[in-house]
Design a protein around this ligand. Structure first.
Ligand code: KIV
Length: 307
């Protein structure tokens, strides 16, 4: 396992993320140690997904705070239509690969659909597997009020939990699709209750996905734990995006909130087309890309062929 936990080496931990809470100075944050330096408070939290060793290394070395092995893995890497078919074994396999690439960022693993929806003890056992077998430092769980007990049980088992409310993709059938959440007074009230419940249960942060900016700002100002937005406006304490969306490598629809910073998909297509043309036209490999025999061995080889 590649994470090194000595203080002072830049490794980002759960308490570091808690100290990033924007309104920490004005709140009575029970999770913070009053003796600790609060210089980091208010610095936005940068979170990105990664799913394998090279993306994990690149994202970590670029200096993000949190690397999330999101269950978006199922769609952007494994080609499933949605996140629901993804299994524990698939998530563990990819989390292990990401673990090998991440040295500094906090590594969070998403609990896949079905891994925490039945028996709570089994859910905790599944969360423990992410820590024990894959090196995750925290798990993410979709759902608000109804996950309160489960989050508390996981925290009791020493597993830091990141909550996730709003448009939770694992609830796509219940929601009737991927829709912005919290747009009516009742729905906004429910999301406020969800956010408070996740915090009260002991989560160290909460993802707010696809909810109106004003509601996310209200939740952010009320909670003592950091909010990490995705399609939830700029007032959140941090932001998360799906890596493949922001680098132009997801092949399906990308949501309005996802800004594209590169077009890696196009770069791969151009490279493969050029390679195929070079092979077909005999331009690849060139002599400089070939190995050579020494003059003596070449002579002998030719002599053997002649005789
Ligand atoms: O699966 C995922 O990538 C996520 C983020 C979008 C928060 O849950």
């Amino acid at each position: 396992m590649s994470a090194a936990f000595d203080a002072g080496n830049g490794k980002i931990t759960v308490p570091d993320i808690l100290r990033r809470k924007t309104n920490l100075a004005s709140s009575s944050n029970q999770n913070s140690d009053p003796g600790r330096d609060r210089g980091e408070s208010g610095r936005k939290i940068v979170c990105l997904t990664a799913y394998d060793y090279p993306t994990a290394r690149l994202v970590d070395e670029a200096g993000v705070d949190i690397v999330l092995v999101g269950d978006s893995l199922g769609m952007v890497v494994l080609g499933y239509e949605n996140t629901l078919p993804l299994t524990m074994e698939e998530m563990l396999h990819h989390t292990r690969a990401v673990r090998r690439g991440v040295r500094k960022a906090l590594l969070v693993a998403d609990m896949p659909y079905g891994s925490f929806h039945g028996d709570k003890n089994e859910a905790v056992r599944n969360a423990v597997r992410f820590v024990k077998e894959a090196g995750a430092e925290a798990v993410k769980i979709e759902g608000g009020e109804r996950r309160m007990e489960l989050i508390a049980q996981m925290v009791e088992a020493e597993i830091p939990v990141m909550g996730h409310i709003g448009l939770t993709p694992q609830s796509m059938h219940a929601f009737g699709g991927f829709r912005v959440q919290g747009k009516t007074v009742e729905a906004a009230d429910q999301l406020l209750r969800d956010a408070r419940a996740v915090e009260a249960a002991g989560a160290f942060s909460v993802v707010l996905e696809s909810i109106p900016r004003e509601l996310a700002a209200r939740i952010t100002s009320e909670l003592r734990i950091p909010t990490i937005g995705i399609g939830a406006g700029p007032e959140c304490d941090g932001q998360v995006l799906v890596l493949h969306d922001m680098i132009g490598l997801s092949l399906g629809h990308t949501p309005k909130f996802s800004r594209r910073y590169a077009n890696v998909g196009e770069a791969i297509s151009h490279a493969v087309t050029a390679y195929a043309e070079d092979v077909r036209e005999g331009r690849f490999p060139a002599d400089a890309e070939s190995y050579h025999l020494s003059g003596e061995v070449r002579e002998r080889l030719l002599a053997v062929r002649r005789s």
